[in-house]
Design a protein around this ligand. Structure first.
Ligand SMILES: *[C@@H]1O[C@H](CO)[C@@H](O)[C@H](O)[C@H]1NC(C)=O
Ligand SMILES: *[C@@H]1O[C@H](CO)[C@@H](O)[C@H](O)[C@H]1NC(C)=O
Length: 373
C-alpha cells in the first residue's frame, strides 16, 4: 500500500475525487455548497441554499450532520443550527440566543467530543465582553443556552478553539489583547475560567495542535503568528515569546491579519493576512512546517494572495491533503483552490470560482469556508 501511495505521488497522479465545502457570507442569507474536483482542478457551485440569516462564520459538528452559524443579519445576537443530510441538503432547525451582549455574533465552534456543546461569541458593541454555551440534542441540533459568561471590560472576542481532548477552550480577545483559557466540564460543557495571558498584539483567531502542547494565535494588528505553550495539567496557554510575521520584509503596505489554521494531518500551519488597509494592496498567505510536538520547524513561504481578500482572505486548508488549501475572498466574492509546490517553498492557484451575490455586491459571499469532505 505504502509503495503504491509513494509511486502515485512520485508520478504526480491525482486522487481523482470530488470534495465539497460550505461557504458563508457577510450579508446575504445563503449558504453555498462548492465542489472541488482534484482530477480536473475545477471548482463549481453545487447548491445555493436560502437560509433565515447570513452566517459570517460556520462550523460543522463532529459527525458533520449539523452545521452551526453566527447571525450577521436578522437579530444578530443569535446562533443558527442546521441539519445536514448530504452536501446539498442543509435544513434550518433552530435559532438560539446565547450570551447577554446585544451585539452581532461573530464566531461559533463545536466541541468534537461529548457533550458536543456549541460555543459562541459576539463582536461589535459597548457590551461585547460575553460568550455563551449551547447544548445540543441527541441529533446534534442546538436546543438551548446553558451558560452565559463574561470576559473582562474592554474585551472583544473574535475566535475560539478547543484542546483536542475537549477539556479546555481558548478564546482570542482582539481588543483586550489576551488569549483566554477556560476549563470545560465534560458532563455539561460549561466553562470555568482558568487564566488569561497578555499578548503584544490583537489575537484574532486561534488554533490548537492535535497533540495539545501548542496553540497558535493570529495577531491582527502585527500580522504575526504567536506561539503559545499549553500546560499539560492546568491547560493554561502561555506565550512562548516566539512570533512569526506573515508579511514579507519588502511589503510596506498596511495589512490586517485574518487567520491561522492547521493542515489536514496537523503537520503544517497556514496563515493569511488581508490587504484591506491599503486600497488595491494584496494580502498574503504563509505556510509553516511543524515538528511532531507542534512547535514550529520552519516557515516555508510568504506569498501574495490574488487580492486583498476584502474582510475575509480566510485560508481553509483541506481535510484530504496537507498541500491543498482554499482562499476565501469577500471583496469581489470568490473561492480559490491553491496547491503547494512540490518543493514546499511556494504555492499556486489551481482553480477559481466567482460567487458574487447579485443581491448585495461586495457584502455577500464569501466570509468563511468549512470542508465537508
Ligand atoms: C443567556 O442570555 C440570553 C440572552 O439574554 C438568554 O436568552 C438565555 O436564556 C441566557 N442563558 C442562560 C443559561 O441563562
Ligand atoms: C443564490 O440565489 C439567490 C436567489 O435566491 C441569488 O440572488 C444569488 O445571486 C445566488 N447566488 C449566486 C452566487 O449565484
Amino acid at each position: 500500500m505504502l509503495f503504491l501511495y509513494l509511486l502515485i505521488h512520485s508520478l504526480g497522479l491525482v486522487k481523482a475525487a470530488k470534495h465539497q465545502l460550505f461557504t458563508s457570507t457577510y450579508g446575504t442569507p445563503f449558504i453555498y455548497t462548492v465542489e472541488f474536483d482534484d482530477e480536473a482542478n475545477t471548482l463549481k457551485l453545487l447548491a445555493n441554499t436560502s437560509v433565515p440569516a447570513a452566517s459570517q462564520w460556520l462550523v460543522l459538528s463532529h459527525d458533520k450532520k449539523n452545521l452551526y452559524g453566527t447571525s450577521t443579519t436578522d437579530k444578530r445576537t443569535e446562533f443558527l443550527s442546521y441539519a445536514v443530510t448530504s452536501p446539498t441538503s442543509i435544513k434550518y432547525k433552530t435559532t438560539t440566543v446565547a450570551g447577554t451582549c446585544a451585539a452581532r455574533t461573530i464566531h461559533v465552534d463545536a466541541l468534537q467530543v461529548p457533550p458536543y456543546t456549541v460555543y459562541g461569541v459576539p463582536w461589535y458593541g459597548a457590551d461585547n465582553n460575553c460568550g455563551g454555551v449551547m447544548a445540543v440534542d441527541d441529533q446534534g441540533v442546538i436546543v438551548k443556552s446553558v451558560q452565559n459568561y463574561t470576559y473582562s471590560p474592554g474585551s472583544a472576542l473574535h475566535g475560539l478553539a478547543f484542546h483536542p481532548e475537549g477539556t479546555f477552550m481558548y478564546s482570542a480577545d482582539l481588543k483586550g489583547k489576551k488569549l483566554w483559557t477556560h476549563a470545560i466540564d465534560r458532563a455539561t460543557g460549561k466553562l470555568t475560567l482558568v487564566t488569561s495571558d497578555k499578548s503584544h498584539g490583537e489575537p484574532r483567531h486561534v488554533s490548537v495542535h492535535p497533540k495539545g502542547k501548542y496553540a497558535y494565535a493570529m495577531l491582527e494588528d502585527t500580522n504575526e503568528v504567536s506561539v503559545y505553550s499549553i500546560d499539560s495539567t492546568t491547560g493554561a496557554a502561555k506565550y512562548t515569546g516566539k512570533s512569526h510575521s506573515v508579511l514579507s520584509s519588502k511589503d510596506k503596505t498596511a495589512h490586517r491579519a485574518a487567520t491561522v489554521r492547521l493542515s489536514a494531518s496537523g503537520n503544517m500551519l497556514y496563515a493569511t493576512t488581508r490587504g484591506s488597509r491599503t486600497p488595491g494592496a494584496k494580502g498574503s498567505v504563509s505556510a509553516f512546517t511543524l515538528k511532531a510536538d507542534g512547535s514550529i520547524a520552519s516557515q516555508d513561504f510568504i506569498i501574495p494572495t490574488t487580492t486583498g481578500g476584502g474582510g475575509a482572505n480566510q485560508v481553509a486548508p483541506t481535510i484530504f491533503d496537507d498541500n491543498y488549501f482554499a482562499i476565501i475572498d469577500s471583496g469581489t466574492g470568490f473561492i480559490e483552490m491553491w496547491k503547494r509546490n512540490k518543493d514546499g517553498a511556494g504555492a499556486a492557484v489551481i482553480a477559481h470560482l466567482d460567487l458574487a451575490d447579485s443581491t448585495r455586491p461586495g457584502n455577500g459571499c464569501c466570509s468563511n469556508a468549512v470542508w465537508y469532505s
